[in-house]
Write a protein that binds this ligand. Structure first.
Ligand code: FES
Length: 195
């Protein structure tokens, strides 16, 4: 909900009630109608409360930026302010919103969006996790810090270099193996009875 929409609604209520000064709690046109006066006060208070809450929904994200290909190769945290009332619930959603609406040069990895592939692994507020399963901390009084996975070289922004990881992965071969070849040379199939 935009601030201008709230301001317009508030002004409209005040105008209908003949209320010139929006800060005043007295509505001359309702003199002699205590119930209506009370309803008008409640309506104005509700608008003020919505306005306050709408302002609270702006959340700051401090995101690591860095591009080793850039001549200066400076790394820094860049602040982005996201309206949570207009954003999905996960950190992943906030990142996509920033990329689409503010800064398309921000780089990250993503694929499945359901916590399976691990592509969106990064460090969020000090914890290594996947952004698509990490809910946004709705406490707008503090920023959320997003940095690449630690102890890894960075290709750009939130994209870590996974070459070393995959080399180690190949060395330990952490997958199931069989000594029996498939008869038709295609994939291993499983019947319902095998499950
Ligand atoms: S995009 Fe696959 S785990 Fe997040």
């Amino acid at each position: 909900m935009s601030k201008s929409w709230i301001r317009q609604g508030y002004t409209k209520v005040a105008r209908i009630l003949g209320k010139r000064d929006p800060k005043s709690r007295n509505f001359p046109v309702l003199e002699g109608h205590p119930a209506a006066q009370q309803h008008a006060e409640v309506a104005v208070e509700a608008h003020e409360s919505i306005k306050e809450r709408a302002e609270e929904l702006i959340k700051e994200f401090k995101i690591y930026r860095g591009n080793p290909d850039h001549p200066n190769n400076l790394t820094y945290l860049q602040s982005y302010f996201v309206d949570l009332s207009n954003c999905g619930p996960m950190v992943f959603d906030a990142l996509q919103k920033i990329k689409e609406e503010e800064h398309s040069t921000l780089s990250d990895r993503r694929s499945c969006r359901e916590g399976i592939c691990g592509s969106c692994s990064m460090n969020i507020d000090g914890t290594n996790t996947v952004a698509c399963l990490r809910p946004i901390d709705a406490d707008t009084s503090k920023a959320t810090y997003i940095t690449p996975l630690p102890h890894m070289f960075v290709i750009k922004d939130l994209v870590a270099d996974l070459t070393h990881f995959y080399n180690q992965y190949r060395m330990i071969e952490p997958w199931l193996k069989t000594t029996k070849a498939v008869e038709d040379g295609r994939e291993y199939r499983q019947s319902p009875a095998d499950k």
